[in-house]
Design a protein around this ligand. Structure first.
Ligand SMILES: [Zn+2]
Ligand SMILES: [Zn+2]
Length: 182
């Protein structure tokens, strides 16, 4: 996922490069993202390269219901501007004032050899798109909140009790109250 954008930087405004990502993988923040597939469009703006990436990937996670390993699908539509280290390539004679104070995210910089490395920026985008509550399967039955058995594997008898355990204490109080009122 490293692209030579020298041609874009020395080209015209609005020039486009198109790339496909096929079955790539990367690591971001200790997390493995695999089966990365999708398309990348690089477009020359006045002083940067605008990256549009439509990408799908998978990552290992735990099921939010039963805590067993689960594979989460991650879908991302990334749009970021990458700034060239060789700013003189894109700033013409009328555009000479390179503002030194401008903050460049190091993940979004095109290096001295004019290579744009998408790995880190895409990794960050994918990380932030990991689903909050992945499931091992759509109909995962989860863990019984009363006896903590994995209900995909074992059927417990707790299900017969219709009282949500969070309310069990309250029900007890109500029963007590009803008795003392008798
Ligand atoms: Zn599950
Ligand atoms: Zn149970």
């Amino acid at each position: 996922m490293i692209y030579n954008v020298a041609g874009l930087l020395t080209g015209k405004l609005g020039d486009i490069q198109q790339h496909e990502i096929e079955n790539e993988s990367l690591k971001s923040n200790g997390r493995s993202l695999r089966k990365i597939n999708g398309s990348v469009r690089l477009m020359r703006t006045d002083r940067t390269v605008l990256v549009n990436a439509d990408v799908e990937a998978t990552t290992h996670d735990s099921c939010s219901r039963c805590l067993e390993p689960a594979t989460a699908n991650v879908i991302v539509n990334m749009e970021e501007e990458f700034s060239p280290t060789n700013a003189d390539l894109v700033s013409g004679p009328n555009n000479r004032t390179a503002d030194e104070d401008y903050y460049y995210d190091p993940a979004l910089v095109i290096d001295e050899q004019n290579f744009l490395d998408l790995t880190e920026g895409l990794g960050q985008a994918l990380l932030s798109a990991i689903p909050i509550a992945p499931v091992c399967k759509d109909d995962c039955l989860g863990i019984c909140p009363i006896c903590t058995v994995n209900r995909n594997i074992l059927q417990c008898s707790c299900a017969k009790s219709s009282v949500d355990p969070r309310w069990a204490g309250l029900v007890g109080l109500l029963e007590k109250g009803a008795k003392s009122a008798e």
